[in-house]
Design a protein. Structure first.
Length: 225
């Protein structure tokens, strides 16, 4: 594979690894538990990267801005993989606060592409039916995105983990337990189902902000593509 951005997956997770209160719920509900100092930590990472990515389902459910607001710094380029370009036209990602790239495929309707471009966003085609990260990441690197922050959700996280396109994992542990068999967890998808295929991590830092444990991990050498 050609050169790709350095990828940092960042997420808030409950003690039992959940991302939301229930399937289909906005993660903003759980994030409301976070203190201002924790938000500063999250936004400090945004200020240090060139691009920030979430999936289109996260855009539809959470309507995030994906900008730097709690600390000083420049907002990264917003990158949204969406195989059919089915993102709401009134979404916050189309605000003028930062550039936006919608990544889609050849099956996206041309009228949606035209509308997205009219809203000021750039469109990248990467794949036939589903967004192909093997095509996308080298393309982002060519465009100057050397450090990429991924804020999920579970399906996007699985793609990066499955392909080994991850260098760091940073977790904000919310001090609550939710339960629920069908509630989204940090990484979705089909799973590896074999010890031989697991991605291994080494802890780099751990610290507490207010009552929130923060852990920072790096992929163990020899396990990342």
């Amino acid at each position: 594979m050609s050169e790709r951005p350095y990828v940092i997956i960042v997420s808030e997770v409950t003690l039992d690894g959940k991302l939301t209160l229930y399937r289909g719920a906005s993660s903003k509900e759980l994030m409301s538990l976070m203190s201002k100092e924790v938000y500063k930590y999250l936004h400090s990472i945004r200020a240090q990267v060139d691009g920030i990515m979430v999936g289109c389902e996260t855009v539809r459910t959470d309507d995030p801005s994906l900008t730097v607001r709690y600390v000083e710094g420049k907002s990264p380029i917003r990158i949204i993989p969406c195989s059919t370009a089915n993102v709401p036209y009134n979404a916050n990602i189309f605000s003028p606060d930062a550039p936006t790239i919608i990544v889609t495929t050849k099956r996206a309707p041309s009228e949606r592409i035209e509308k997205i471009r009219a809203l000021g966003a750039e469109v990248i085609f990467a794949g036939e039916d589903l967004v192909d990260f093997k095509i996308l990441l080298p393309e982002l690197y060519k465009r100057g995105i050397k450090r990429l922050m991924v804020e999920g959700g579970a399906s996007i996280n699985w793609e990066f983990v499955r392909l080994g396109f991850i260098d760091e994992l940073r977790l904000i542990h919310l001090p609550v337990v939710i339960g629920g068999e069908n509630v989204p967890t940090l990484v979705g998808g089909e799973g590896f189902k074999s010890l031989k295929r697991l991605l291994h991590f080494e802890i780099q830092k751990h610290f507490i902000i207010d009552n929130f444990l923060i852990t920072e991990w790096k992929v163990k050498k020899g396990y990342s593509s």
